[in-house]
Write a protein that binds this ligand. Structure first.
Ligand code: F6P
Length: 539
């Protein structure tokens, strides 16, 4: 397949970066009066100000040329058309069908899947209504007060992130807790203080073979049965499953009548708008969940139909490629100015790094250019008092996304203005800095001038939406999903597999049997690992 780094459009960007990549944002703003208007774009309810990026009109044109040359249009249509673009697993990639309207058509092997999607959504809605209203009773006849989602990776981060994000929409009578880690502390903490009679466990696993999830689920079942006097019939009213694998769900002992299915054309990290979102639906209700889906759908349409020059996920992706491949910047920060988005950076870490952390192209040939960046972040203003020092004055330039909202979901005495003022200030300070002349004019001690100077020229996007509603959350997530897709397309990698997690899983299984039997098998490991195992067993 084509090596993108061999394309003339790539070479043009290399030359362009050499000749103009260092131009300071101060100069870019001083010489281009139309910049802010031209580089501020709308997508549904999101407004994104891309003007504080180290790009000129020429840069943007060359990046769009690269997108065209990469085959992005054809691959986008192949994705929406249900073609098996996840070639290493032989699967279509149709998370966009999960938020389809009832009369939309998405086909897999010639069969429309939208009716199936809505059948499951309707079942989820009936079930969550029953739990929320108290009609669904536990084994001893009491209503459910706590829902514990047991899952990991995409079966945890999505619903957890969205549960936090939509806190103001959550039913105060039902609490959701999340167990993911195989560290027993996680399950112990999540069940602490709970009444088994009023607890519902949701076992969320696409494959239903994930060791962490099944181990936690088995121990949760033991906790429940013990708490209900040893009656294993209780499981029927206290355990439901979310999975693509009915056989394994049945083997675990959950009645498949209490299973909400999804399909192998949904990647785990793209699945919380499918059945994996059941805990969220119970928390916020069916209506709010469907508003979230409509937000996803509106962003899908923006992505599929808007010319690249105004296409917000495409432009965000191209800027990421510019920094990663042409200005050699290895990380990307996501900085939400919203406490409710505290888990959003972690969610995006999986979405982006599991998708584009790849070193071979679709045909298996090695890449000779950088692919996915390290994605990280924390909400502001907290990050300002921790790691922003490095973003402002460190030696690594970190392109950043600031995310904020015009209106607070719940304000107290103007606090939201202060929050947003900080966000605008950070983006301004990063871009324009403070010159040594400006510092010298206000600082008495000349020895401090260098320390107090801000170089600036540090790029960021500022993403603003009216309010963090379910629809806006859907829009934000779909925006990042499509951004990741565009970058994967340009890099020519498969953004939908994750073989890189397999080796560690296989080794952990081997080592787990050595630890539990107390019998190390040195022939299976290197000297360092053997020494660590021996030390652990010598306790
Ligand atoms: O090991 C990685 C991974 O497969 C992720 O892609 C996935 O989200 C997670 O594990 C959980 O998988 P499952 O939902 O099948 O338990």
């Amino acid at each position: 397949m084509t090596d993108p780094a061999e394309l003339p459009q790539w070479h043009a960007l290399v030359a362009h970066a050499e000749s103009s990549g260092g131009t300071h944002l101060r100069e870019l703003f001083d010489t281009d009066a139309g910049r802010v208007e031209r580089l501020t774009m709308d997508a549904v309810d999101l407004t994104v100000d891309f003007s504080k990026h180290r790009v000129t009109q020429e840069t943007m044109k060359l990046l769009v040329d690269l997108a065209e040359a990469s085959g992005l249009r054809a691959r986008t249509e192949a994705m929406f058309g249900g073609e098996p673009i996840n070639s290493t697993e032989g699967r279509p990639v149709l998370h966009t069908a999960l938020r389809a309207a009832r009369d939309d058509v998405f086909t897999v092997d010639g069969e429309d899947v939208v009716a199936d999607v809505h059948t499951v959504l309707d079942r989820m809605a009936r079930f969550s209504d029953r739990v929320r209203s108290g009609e669904w009773l536990g084994h001893t006849g009491k209503r459910i007060r706590t829902v514990v989602n047991i899952g990991i990776g995409g079966s945890d981060l999505g619903p957890l992130m969205a549960y936090h994000a939509l806190t103001p929409f959550v039913d105060p009578d039902i609490e959701c807790r999340f167990v993911s880690n195989v560290d027993p502390a996680n399950l112990v903490d999540a069940t602490r203080g709970l009444d088994p009679e009023q607890t519902l466990f949701i076992v969320a696993s696409k494959t239903f073979t994930t060791i962490e999830t099944l181990t936690n689920a088995r121990n949760a079942r033991a906790w429940l049965v013990e708490g209900l006097g040893g009656d294993s019939a209780a499981v029927a009213k206290h355990f439901v499953a979310l999975s693509t694998n009915a056989d394994e769900v049945g083997k675990f002992g959950i009645d498949t009548a209490n299973m909400f299915e999804f399909w192998d054309w949904v990647g785990g990290r793209y699945s919380f708008d499918a059945a994996i979102g059941l805990s969220l639906m119970i928390a916020i209700g069916d209506d709010a969940f469907r508003q979230m889906l409509s937000g996803f759908r509106l962003m899908d349409r923006h992505f599929r139909t808007t010319p690249f020059e105004q296409n917000v996920p495409v432009i965000a992706a191209l800027l990421g490629v510019w920094y990663r491949n042409f200005l050699d910047l290895p990380t990307h920060a996501v900085l939400p100015y919203s406490q409710h988005l505290d888990r959003f950076p972690a969610y995006l870490q999986q979405l982006d790094m599991e998708s584009n952390g790849k070193r071979v192209r679709l045909d298996g040939s090695p890449v000779d250019y950088a692919t996915g960046p390290v994605v990280w972040g924390e909400p502001g203003t907290n990050g300002q008092h921790a790691f922003y020092q490095l973003i402002h004055q460190g030696t690594t330039v970190i392109p950043s996304d600031f995310i904020g909202f015009s209106e607070a979901t719940e304000d107290i005495d103007g606090m939201h203005d202060l929050l947003m003022a900080n966000m605008f200030a950070q983006a301004e300070a990063l871009a324009f800095g403070k010159t040594s002349a400006e510092v010298a004019a206000v600082v008495d001690d000349p020895d401090l001038v260098a320390h107090r100077t801000f170089a600036g020229n540090r790029p960021s996007s500022v993403i603003i939406a009216p309010k963090l509603t379910p629809s806006v959350l859907g829009q934000l997530v779909a925006f990042y999903e499509h951004k990741v897709f565009v970058q994967g397309t340009i890099w020519g990698v498969n953004s939908f597999d994750q073989w890189g997690v397999e080796l560690g899983k296989a080794l952990a299984t081997q080592i787990a049997s050595e630890l539990s039997s107390g019998t190390p098998d040195p022939a299976k490991h290197d000297a360092s690992t053997n020494a660590l195992i021996a030390r652990y067993l010598d306790r």
